[in-house]
Each structure stands twice: as structure tokens, then as C-alpha cells.
Design a protein around this ligand. Structure first.
Ligand code: GZL
Length: 383
């Protein structure tokens, strides 16, 4: 009796296998080994290094079964907020936590995000995570991801697509609410300080078409309609960067000088640039509008932004939470275990000021706390 026959006899004996079915047993086993041999040859063990669509070789990630492979398209590295966001996702999607993270920095160009997503599809990742630089232009590439059966999770900024089945879910901020909280705080401050004069505002906008820019700008424009003595005398984009923010502020100072009362900076990095330009001209930033100080309103509540808020150079700072890493892994773990996730999730955010006498504001008939900043609060924060 050959080795194989001994195994078969033992199997039949052990399982009290009905002899009539012996022949089908052999047939099934033979088919199994033939199929296994064929698939082993074809699969090449998951390593593919063929040319991609445009013929150039791209080094493929070894798609290994034991880890979850995630392709993440990050907008760029334009701001402190963005760096904190990147640090959060990189630390959450670590190899030790069971992930193969393919991270792409699009350097603030949508075409680079589109290219990265197509490469993720080509590499057969398990999930695609996207922070979209602008809201539009995603239908086609996300249709390709859907076609490939790869779930897409959108975070931070939003996308506008005709078919919302193109993405599994979105988690991010309510940017218009952030702007409303900033404007209501300004209203409360001006009223409580007895400032009763025309307020000239310059709106330093984020990247045009980004959800954060759309929401924060809309809130300001709405507030100006509600406050008859407020007017926006200039709007331009600083693209969420310090350099561009400074450039735009220099231009406005040349045109309007001390007629400017409030700089509505749609993120901290542009506020840094604006403050640099204002102080370089010999003006002062602060809260005393009646005595010619430039009041700066900002967003993000990054570490440096809060330092400037604590020392009164930024009047109020409305937080935009960048710590998405743990929230995104939680979503993936839920999906991996067959669970379902909310289509939309808003993250909690705070607001900070260096003054203590505006502790709560009412926005959309809801009370929001304005935290009076201290050094300890800043040092205790994660970013
Ligand atoms: C907002 C985020 C914005 C930040 C900027 O969620 O997308 O982009 O406010 C960042 O600092 O550049």
C-alpha cells in the first residue's frame, strides 16, 4: 500500500467514511490539488511588478493578506493643521496596528490626488481614504474605485458627487458652524466693548472651493448681512499658507491701511502671515479697534495659533480638529467586522480666546463654550 493509500485508508477509517463514496473522495482530492497547483502558478504569490497603465514601472506594495492595506491621499503639507492631521493618520495606521499604509502627499494639487487614487486602485488596496482638496471633480475616479470594489472613506473636507454611493462615509467638521461661532463671538465682543462704529473686515480665504473655505466664508457673509455696520472691504485667498497670507495682507495694507479693523483669517497659518505683515508696517494687532488695533480672527487652534491667541494677537480661535487617525481606524475596524457606519459624522470642536468675559455664545439656538485660554490648556493639547 503506497503512502497515499495509507493516508486515504486512515482517513476513511477515522471518519467511518462510507466506502461507496470512496471514489468521489479521490476525485475531489485530485481536483483540489490540480486547482491549487494552477492557482499557485497564476497568483505569483501576490507580487506583481508589471508595468502600470502608462507603461512606467511603479513599485507595487506587497499586498499581504495579514495586514489591511490602506491608500491615503493627503492634500499636502501647507499648514500646521495639515501636519497634525498627517501625524495623526500615520500614527494610527501603523504596521504594528495591522495596516500597510500607502501615503501620498498631493502637494495641494487635485490632479495628484486623482493620480494617487488610480494608483491605489491599480495596487488593489483594501481601502482608500481621501481628504479632498476641493469638493468637486471626484465622480469619475471614485466610479473607478467602486468598479474595483474598493471602499472610499472621505475625511475632513467634503466632496460633491452625483451618486453618494461612490463613497462609504465622510467624517469632518461643520465649517460653516465654525465660521458662525467666530462671527457670533465677534458680535458679542463688539457689543460688550461698546464699539459702535462701522467695522471694515478683510476676508483672507482658504483654498478656493475647499469645504473649509466655502463654510467659513459663507458664515462671514451671512454675519455681515445680519450686522448692518459690518462690511467686507476685501476678499482674497491666502491658500491656507503663511507666505500667501502675508502677501495678500501686504497688498491690503497698501490699499486700505488702518481703515482695516478685522482680519478674518480662515486658518492659523494665514493669520501668522497677516500678523507679520501688519506688525512690519508698524501697526498693532489686538482687540482695541477704537484705538486702531487690527483684530485678527482665526481658525484651526493649532499650537502656535493658540500661543498667539493667549497673548492677544489673535482675538478668537475656533478649533478645527485634525486628529482623524483614531476615528478612521475605528471606521475601518467596524467595516472589517461587517458592521455599518454613519454616512456623515461631525467631529467635536472647541473655541478659545485670551479674554475671560465671553464664556458662552448662542449659535443656532445652541450654547457653545468659549474656553478662556491658559498656558496649561495649550501644553495639555495633542497638537
Ligand atoms: C480644515 C482643513 C484646512 C485647515 C487648514 O478642515 O482642511 O486645511 O483649516 C488646512 O489649516 O490647510
Amino acid at each position: 500500500m503506497t503512502g497515499w493509500q495509507e493516508i486515504e485508508a486512515a482517513f476513511i477509517k477515522k471518519t467511518h467514511f462510507n466506502r461507496k463514496r470512496q471514489s468521489s473522495f479521490c476525485f475531489v482530492v485530485c481536483v483540489f490539488f490540480i486547482v491549487a497547483a494552477i492557482s499557485l502558478v497564476l497568483s505569483g504569490c501576490g507580487q506583481t511588478d508589471g508595468p502600470d497603465t502608462d507603461g512606467k514601472k511603479t513599485d507595487k506594495v506587497q499586498i499581504t493578506d495579514e495586514k489591511i492595506t490602506v491608500g491615503l491621499s493627503q492634500i499636502g503639507s501647507e499648514s500646521d493643521w495639515r501636519m497634525a492631521s498627517t501625524a495623526s493618520v500615520r500614527s494610527a495606521f501603523s504596521s504594528a496596528a495591522g495596516y500597510d499604509l500607502i501615503f501620498d502627499d498631493a502637494q495641494q494639487k487635485q490632479e495628484n490626488q486623482l493620480k494617487a487614487i488610480r494608483e491605489f486602485i491599480d495596487q488593489g488596496v483594501d481601502y482608500i481614504i481621501l481628504d479632498p482638496i476641493v469638493e468637486t471633480g471626484w465622480d469619475s475616479v471614485l466610479s473607478e474605485a467602486k468598479e474595483a470594489g474598493i471602499p472610499v472613506i472621505v475625511y475632513d473636507r467634503r466632496i460633491e458627487v452625483d451618486d453618494d454611493s461612490l463613497y462609504t462615509c465622510w467624517i469632518g467638521s461643520d465649517f460653516k458652524l465654525e465660521g458662525e461661532r467666530a462671527c457670533v463671538w465677534l458680535q458679542e465682543y463688539l457689543e460688550s466693548s461698546g464699539v459702535d462704529r462701522n467695522i471694515n473686515i478683510v476676508d483672507m480665504q482658504g483654498t478656493p472651493g475647499a469645504s473649509a473655505q466655502i463654510g467659513r466664508t459663507a458664515a462671514l457673509e451671512e454675519a455681515v448681512m445680519l450686522n448692518k455696520n459690518w462690511r467686507i472691504i476685501a476678499q482674497d485667498t491666502g491658500d491656507f499658507t503663511t507666505a500667501k497670507g502675508k502677501e495678500v495682507m501686504v497688498d491690503w495694507l497698501t490699499k486700505y491701511g488702518s481703515d482695516i479693523n478685522v482680519v478674518y483669517a480662515e486658518n492659523d497659518n494665514m493669520a501668522y502671515g497677516a500678523i507679520e505683515a501688519i506688525e512690519a508696517r508698524g501697526y498693532k494687532v489686538g482687540l482695541d479697534i477704537d484705538n486702531g488695533e487690527f483684530m485678527v480672527v482665526s481658525f484651526d487652534s493649532s499650537h502656535n495659533g493658540l500661543q498667539l491667541t493667549l497673548n492677544g494677537k489673535i482675538a478668537v480661535n475656533t478649533e478645527c480638529n485634525p486628529l482623524y487617525g483614531p476615528r478612521l481606524t475605528e471606521i475601518i475596524q467596524t467595516l472589517e467586522s461587517g458592521g455599518s457606519v454613519e454616512k456623515e459624522t461631525y467631529i467635536e470642536e472647541e473655541q478659545f480666546s485670551g479674554i475671560s468675559y465671553i464664556g458662552t455664545i448662542q449659535v443656532r439656538n445652541h450654547p457653545y463654550t468659549v474656553t478662556h485660554l491658559t498656558e496649561n490648556i495649550i501644553s495639555d493639547r495633542q497638537y
